[in-house]
Design a protein around this ligand. Structure first.
Ligand SMILES: [Zn+2]
Length: 60
């Protein structure tokens, strides 16, 4: 199974966090939690932001 990852820095955010998971939904959920806790941004409140975050997920 492919491993997927999300990195804040790919979105232009100065942050070294690297979030990984086995499915897009899993990575996105972790990314949403990370953004809320660390950056004070709720990605789930905006469809545009959620789609953008999803587009940053890549295979490792
Ligand atoms: Zn971050």
């Amino acid at each position: 199974m492919a491993n997927l990852s999300f990195e804040c820095k790919h979105g232009g955010v100065v942050c070294r966090a690297r979030i990984t998971g086995e499915t897009e939904a899993e990575v996105l959920e972790k990314a949403v939690n990370h953004a809320r806790k660390v950056h004070g941004v709720d990605l789930s409140r905006s469809k545009t932001l959620a789609e953008y975050a999803r587009s940053l997920i890549r295979e490792t």
